[in-house]
Design a protein around this ligand. Sequence first.
Ligand code: GLC
Length: 825
Amino acid sequence: MESNIPNEELIPRKLVEAEHIIEEEDEEFHHLNNPADAIKPIIKKYLGTPNHAEQLGNKFYLTDGDAKVEVVVVTDEIIRIRVAPHGVFLEDFSYAVPKLEHNAAEFTLFEDELEFRIATKSINCHIRKKDFFISFSDQNSHVTSTDAVPMHWEENVKFGGYYVFCTKTCHPDESFFGLGDKPTEFNLRGKRLKNWNTDAYSFQWNQDPLYRSIPFYISVNEGIAHGIFFDNTFKAQFDFGGEDTTKTSFWADGGELQYYYIHGPHMMDVVKSYHILTGTHPMPPLWALGYHQCRWSYYPEAKVKKIARGFRENKIPCDGLYLDIDYMDGYRCFTWNRKYFPDPKKMISELAADGFKTVVIIDPGIRVDDNYAVFKEGKEKRYFCRRSDDYFMEGHVWPGRCQFPDFTNPEVRTWWGGLFDELVQMGVAGVWNDMNEPAVFGAGTFPDDVRHQYDGFRGSHRKAHNIYGMQMVRSTYEGLRSIMKNKRPFTITRAGYSGVQRYSSVWTGDNVASWEHLKLGNIQCQRLSVSGIPFCGTDIGGFSGEPDGELFTRWIQMGTFSPFMRAHSAGDTKEREPWSFGEPFTAINRKFIELRYKLMPYFYSTFWEHHRYGFPILRPIVMHEQDVKLNHFRQDEFTYGDKILVCPVMEPGQTSRNVYLPKGKWFNFWSHEIVEGGKEVTVDTPLETIPLFVKAGSVIPEYPVMQYVGEHEIEEVKQNIYYSDYEVNSFLFEDYGETFAYEQDIYLEKKFVVNGNSRQMTIHQSMEGLYTPRYEGYHLNIIGLPFKPGKILADGKVVSDFIINTDGTVEFKFSKNFKHIEILK
Ligand code: GLC
């Protein structure tokens, strides 16, 4: 075997300091920067030269004589790389990727003097013989990703295993996106960021890390995108040309050096493939797309009812009402404070009769109290986490002294999931999972030595920390799902790891009532969306601090276009309901929340597009036009699905602003003015509106305004059809909205094709599926016709009773099952 320390020219300066000395095994030292005052030698080992390659099905093994590298062809676009420093791979287990699909049709191993090459239909993985550099190229031999240093590691003397490192070339024009909830600019170029789930009350711009760990990023270089998913749950870091502008590195304090290369060429392809690995969000109950009102805390019962009445009296739609920690008896999970809530079942059913769904909070900290059934049972069954010397892990959270279930143990998850039975019988419709980083007062989180069962693949808290919260909400979701049978549960979580979207929605945590946080929230939601977490939202209004009416209203406007829409505030702030600020704010808040309910079928269809096909819900501008470099830095405007472009107003007193529209024709949502895209336009932004644009050719379905989902039967669906002189497809998804019947294919997918010219406009509808909506017909609203219609033919029949409005829109009613409509001059 050749030396495994490669040619020094190839290694960045700081990595060459391989033989450094450290005082103790503090993992913070093991990164690219090594302390000068170190005393103990730690050797970084690098892959040597690969001497031969072996194939076992879709897996390829290469070795330098000691270390082994596994290359797995997952799909035509996804290849996984793993390194075993002494040739022995860890057992293949991942919470993020429950099942590794192997569906690449063809793959072949080639070898020549310089390299081994594994080729799929779409990509090549090259392993260079000289130095074990791994690179990827597309079918046009365009190299998208290449090692700058061979993969390397350091032994971890204290805990066992290795600190693992991968360094790739960073190109001058390369941009980076993803990584979940990082509160910083959308483009991550030049930044170094850490994954370690952290309770970050009133976090600041650039604060890192926050609540979630999503080790997945997307690179765009020379107009071509690829993704890297570093599936490693340990504390991990990413450096996107920050320390050395020519290098992108990622490394972790343990676990395997294991990553997936995910080919584009479009960002959308990368995100969709990432969802093939980690799954998508299940369809939420339709009501969860409505408006949610939360506060720390609404109590006692009379207060909760007053808030509920406030919505109905003010005629502001609302579906979700939240009970924060004060509903519990001494913050003991699964108990009720009977002084505040003497008969919760009755209260919840009264709220439900008025359309409100009650969501309750649950924390992982279980009060140490032998008179408390949950603690007693958990203790008897040994369900709580323990330290390395077998003492219980104890820490203080809301209830005082607590112990914490080990959610990485499947038996504990089943137990915890079952604890929701009583709450569900009482009528609780959703569960809010909080403090699950896990957060501990004072200490921050658990000590490193806490042990976890990890579904049989045991490990310390170093390995389990980042997935603790995800396993908590998984247990909640699975429990609810089995108790609620065919009804869709609603869950929300603060902490998470890649794959958490299979179990829950998320909110961005304890933000602040400031204009800066409104901007941050906008970026964070877009980022979460491209990082595989579609169902996300911010605490509207800001959790801590006091918004004024203007800020709150601007936040409601942005929140209308957040996949998850919830106002929340800390207990020491003033009342924060949509009517709390008086007029004109109440009326504008109502108008936007009503808009949310009108657009619900569009939002729901976009959710389906995510669930079924892996599209993100919010799409940043770069996702529409990744080949335009300037777009890599746009972070204000985004589209919801691909038809509605939104640009929140995020400055006080702003009366107009510039908005970039991707190429194509767009309709101003409010005025119906047609605007040519591919440029910035100036848009008026009085408090009553935000810039909203609809893509020409779109069919945007609309429900009548209701005070809550299902308030009354829908008799007809309005279809807003925007003229286009080129062909545009839209679609509508319909189903029961609350059951899992869609898993048995009981749903309807409708496709619309719109096209037109100066003399006619055509609309085709086709549908597939087994569901029959109850409403009878469509109310068609044609917007932007360039001619005055003389005749309308629907499925060959003449429509005689159409109306031409003064603004030029044309309205008529027709069967929901139409196939073809022609509007003629
Ligand atoms: C945490 C949550 C916050 C909640 C509070 C009390 O700070 O992030 O949303 O209201 O705890 O439960």
